[in-house]
Write a protein that binds this ligand. Structure first.
Ligand code: ATP
Length: 514
């Protein structure tokens, strides 16, 4: 039987640790909250995700280039970008449990609960009416569902309004009026709502008096904006063009939970696309489509994704949508696609006094370009993959195996080379195969334990192929390839191995589908 979502999530977390994917940072000192390290398999998986993203952006698009900017930036950058004044989350404490929450998250979760009630009504009716059930009609006409829908709409209106006016008291009133309780104490004994800036501060320089205050960047995007002209000029880029970057970002999250979903140190993969003003909506739609395609190519199931269009925008955006993913704890943001207008470049132009404009030869005009960005959290993508890939499978013979159905080109190890026994020259031939394949593929040699046990070990880390070298191999130079998901086996000539592997597990096979 399939595990409950909460159990499934716990199992994924412990599996990630047991098999060298993710460790708590500084674990021997009892860990550091919301900071994680990637182990030997995790680092490989993470690199493969990066490669899939980077190549899909930089290698497949003539007009997108990649950069790698520093984490430290001039403090004025964060003034100009609005982060010093506005990169806040509203926080609220429960006086009984002493637990701290994000006020907006409490309200969003509350609305999600009510939506869940409506969905339950729909599910009940669907069962009752069977095939003839018309869900759209039922949602529109059923009084109970209607009541829930209206309730959510009312709360949402007050919520968005309070956020837009930055009215912390109004935000608190929503919590109080809706009778939202603390999940830990169950009480409604709330403090005021306060703003909390999420940037980590630090100092640069060795002498206290001369040291200047810096921030650890809370997003990678600003490194791209301040380099806009450098890249445009040196790369002779013509609008529209994009700049991509993968790098660390730091946020002092109020509530860090759900494993690597919300971390204080994490990695982003961002691409800023510079366009002609007035054309941003076209490109916004274009990138929404491109990005959902990139996700769906991984075959985790099309219904694992949905778009959520924002009503309340960040301070810089005129259109924004999230790609939400069906995590074990529900649908949550995985990636954001934002139309950022000319906000950032204009602000940097004002703050620095340097022109950040582009001369567009086609229209014969100078202008500050508009920006459409795609921004995905690498760690969240990692979590999406491992939580969907993980399965405790019951086999036909009643036995069970734990298997990670990772997309083949992203799997940490592409193939394991397994000599059937440790003697009679089998290890020599297996080593020969290993030494041949290792230049192109991440492969692993393993001769310890019975073959079945070795298969299970590879299943658990998601290795798509096990190559077994047996006695026949010595005679006819063929080997058995055992496939992870189907567990089917095929016999392949040793000379044909790299071609076979390339066809099955190479990144190119995936990129060509985009
Ligand atoms: P959230 O609403 O979940 O806090 P956000 O809207 O602030 O996220 P963005 O600023 O749009 O996020 O950042 C882009 C992407 O970076 C997000 O879609 C997410 O994948 C990732 N991300 C943001 N914050 C974190 C975090 N604390 N830990 C891990 N990934 C994060």
């Amino acid at each position: 039987m399939a595990a409950q979502p909460e159990d499934q999530f716990k199992n994924v977390i412990s599996h990630a640790k047991e098999y060298g994917f993710v460790f708590q940072s500084s674990e021997i000192y009892d860990g550091l909250s919301a900071v994680y390290d990637y182990g030997q398999n995790g680092a490989l998986l993470k690199n493969n995700i990066k490669e899939y993203w980077w190549r899909s952006m930089v290698q497949l698009h003539e007009n997108i280039v990649g950069i790698d900017s520093a984490i430290f930036m001039h403090p004025q950058v964060w003034k100009a970008s609005g982060h010093v004044d506005a990169f806040n989350d509203p926080m609220i404490d429960n006086k009984d449990s002493k637990k701290r929450y994000r006020a907006d998250v409490l309200i969003e979760d509350h609305m999600e609960k009510i939506r869940g009630k409506a969905d339950k009504e729909v599910a009940k009716a669907a069962k009752r009416f069977g095939e003839s059930f018309d869900e759209a009609m039922f949602r529109e006409t059923n009084p109970r569902v209607q009541k829930y829908v209206e309730q959510v709409a009312d709360i949402n209106k007050r919520f968005v309004d309070a956020l837009e006016r930055n009215d912390l008291e109004a935000l608190r009133n929503v919590i109080v009026d809706e009778g939202i309780t603390c999940p830990v104490s169950g009480s409604k004994n709330w403090t005021e709502v306060r703003q909390f800036n999420l940037m980590f501060g630090t100092k640069m320089g060795s002498v206290a008096e001369d040291a200047s205050d810096l921030y650890l960047r809370p997003e990678t995007a600003q490194g791209i904006f301040v380099n806009f002209l450098n890249v445009q000029k040196t790369g002779r880029m013509k609008i529209p063009f994009g700049i991509a970057q993968i790098g660390k970002a730091f946020r002092n999250e109020i509530v860090a939970r759900q494993f690597i979903f919300r971390m204080r140190e994490f990695e982003q993969m961002e691409m800023q696309y510079f366009v002609r003003p007035g054309e941003e909506m076209k490109w916004y739609e274009f990138w929404k489509e491109q990005r959902i395609k990139w996700h769906k190519m991984l075959n985790l199931g099309d219904d694992a994704y949905r778009f959520h269009d924002h009503e309340k925008m960040a301070h810089y955006a005129n259109a924004a949508a999230d790609i939400e993913f069906d995590f074990p704890f529900g649908f949550k943001e995985l990636e954001g696609i934002h139309s950022r207008t000319d906000f950032d470049l204009s602000r940097h132009q004002e703050e620095s006094g340097k022109k950040l404009q582009y001369f567009d030869p086609e229209v014969g005009e100078n202008y500050v370009p508009y920006v459409v960005e795609t921004s995905i959290g690498l760690d969240r993508m990692f979590l999406a993959l491992i939580s969907k890939a993980y399965e405790e499978e019951t086999l036909e013979d009643g036995s069970t195996r734990t298997v990670m159905h990772l997309p083949l080109p992203l799997a940490p190890i592409k193939a394991a080379i397994l000599p059937l026994t440790k003697k009679d020259g089998l290890p020599d031939l297996a080593r020969e195969i290993f030494d041949d394949l290792k230049f192109e593929f991440q492969v692993q040699y393993d001769e310890k334990d019975a073959i079945g046990k070795r298969y299970r070990r590879q299943d658990a880390v998601g290795t798509p192929l096990c190559i077994t070298v047996d006695f026949d191999s010595l005679e006819d130079r063929t080997v058995t390839i055992r496939h992870r998901d189907s567990m089917e086996q095929e016999r392949v000539a040793i000379d044909a191995l790299s071609d076979r592997l390339r066809a099955l597990v190479s990144m190119e096979t995936l990129l060509k589908k985009l």
